[in-house]
Ligand binder design. Structure first.
Ligand SMILES: *Cc1c(COP(=O)(O)O)cnc(C)c1O
Length: 436
């Protein structure tokens, strides 16, 4: 396959000698391997289909042109536009993953040793990786017992003059109660970074989650509701004028607006809240961009399917009042149903969730061990944190984690599988109540 004549990255127009030394292009055999990877199978029927495709791909290879660019070009832009349309923002920036989106926000805030960041006690490690790495102090907010999201009332208690950021995480795609958090942040000059990894499409009081804080990042890792071929994230910002800067923060601070003498571009620092900072490289590929754009178009349908599955489970589980069902939201709060949050009341269930989890496992129902108290991890204690002391400041987290909740899958399951899961839960709780 030939390359287009436009030079790599810099649109220098048609040339007799293009900038060709930019890496080997893929060929038809490579493409065929990608198709075989994405569409796996075996047996005669599969082999016949693959051979037929190979013949056609070879033919296509003789007449088709390559896209020219494979990184940060029109497909990435199209995905960002689709995100902007969907979210009602203008700043969507497609980055390698949500974690790198968080880093841009943390760098904007000039987060460093001595600063404090309030994160929820229960989340995924990605939320706190950067603060921990730069030696900022993590302050763990206790969680709301029903949603297991950061509890704004506890956040209010944990703010100090050193608090630089608050990081609400919309766990399982259920929106954090953001109004009180934003109010606290405004009053105390604190930057809010929404970890919206699970919450692409969730609504809070009529607004899309991830467009309310100063910064946010969504994840399109393969385990999230939609994916850009395995990895990817969208970062957004409400900081006045920072949208274009965020795009430069994604790619090494490249600046075409004020080139140095005799050259095409400049490298300029990214303006931060306190001081400018040096950009890193979180660039994404055109194939990821294409994948994201296609999946965004299906997002509402996916949320609706997930919602139906949650409703189906709730309808079944209502039969036992020891079971606390997933909150389905209301007119103002619309979750994405990334996971089903199953809780039990240990007093009524005759045991805690650890027993229930074991019983479910015995019945062949998976439970997802993703989210626990971050302060229990070795990387945190080795950085000088005392887990037991922190636990005393997060009593609800301790209670819900050890006794009350687990996450269940919701998507890609048949009605039969959902019913099997509901029956397994009902049977298990009934066994516990009978002292078995
Ligand atoms: C997955 C996840 C992230 C990280 O997303 P990546 O795109 O993999 O970086 C952050 N926070 C939470 C709560 C997550 O589950």
């Amino acid at each position: 396959m030939g390359k287009q004549t436009t030079d790599f990255r810099y649109n220098t127009g048609a040339t007799k000698v293009p900038w060709a030394a930019v890496g080997e292009n893929y060929n038809t055999a490579d493409l065929m391997e990608i198709i075989k990877f994405l569409m796996q199978g075996e047996g005669e029927e599969y082999d016949n289909a693959i051979n037929a495709v190979w013949e056609q791909v070879k033919k296509l290879g003789e007449i088709a042109t390559a896209p020219g660019k494979l990184s940060l070009a029109s497909q990435v832009e199209a995905a960002e536009e689709a995100c902007n349309d969907y979210l009602g923002t203008t700043t969507s920036t497609f980055v390698t993953n949500a974690t790198s989106g968080f880093e841009i926000a943390y760098k904007y805030a000039n987060l460093k040793e001595g600063d404090e960041v309030i994160v929820p006690a229960i989340t995924f490690v990605a939320t706190m990786a950067y603060p921990l790495a730069v030696g900022a102090k993590l302050v763990f907010a206790d969680v709301d017992p029903l949603t297991i999201n950061m509890d704004p009332k506890d956040v209010a208690k944990k703010i100090t003059p050193k608090t630089k950021m608050i990081v609400p995480v919309h766990i399982g795609g259920y929106p954090v109660d953001l109004d009180p958090i934003m109010e606290l942040a405004r009053k105390n000059d604190i930057i809010v970074l929404e970890d919206a990894a699970h919450a692409f499409g969730a609504m809070y009081n009529g607004r899309k989650v991830g467009t309310i804080g100063d910064f946010a990042a969504f994840s399109f890792h393969e385990v999230k509701n939609i994916t850009s071929f395995g990895e990817g994230g969208i970062a957004t910002t409400n900081v006045e004028g920072f949208g274009p800067e965020m795009k430069r923060a994604r790619f090494l601070g490249m600046d075409f607006s004020q080139p140095i003498k005799n050259w095409l571009y400049n490298i300029t620092p990214i303006p931060g809240k306190e001081k400018p900072f040096v950009a890193a490289n979180y660039s994404t590929t055109e194939i990821q961009g294409l994948g994201l754009k296609l999946q965004i178009a299906r997002n509402e349908e996916i949320i609706a399917t997930r919602r139906k599955a949650a409703e189906r489970l709730n309808n079944r589980l209502a039969a036992n009042d020891a079971i606390i069902c997933q909150d389905l939201g209301n007119d103002k709060i619309k979750p994405t149903f990334h996971l089903y949050l199953l809780q039990i009341d240990p007093a009524k269930a005759g045991g805690d969730v650890q027993t229930l989890k074991k019983k479910l496992e015995e019945k062949g129902v998976t439970n997802i061990p993703h989210f626990g108290p971050l302060y229990r991890f070795k990387v945190v204690s080795d950085m000088g944190y005392d887990a037991d002391e922190i636990a005393k400041t997060c009593p609800v987290c301790e209670e819900v984690f050890n006794k009350r909740f687990t996450h269940l899958p919701l998507y890609g399951l048949s009605d039969e599988q959902l019913d099997y899961m509901a029956d397994a839960i009902l049977e298990s709780v009934a066994e516990m109540q009978a002292g078995k």
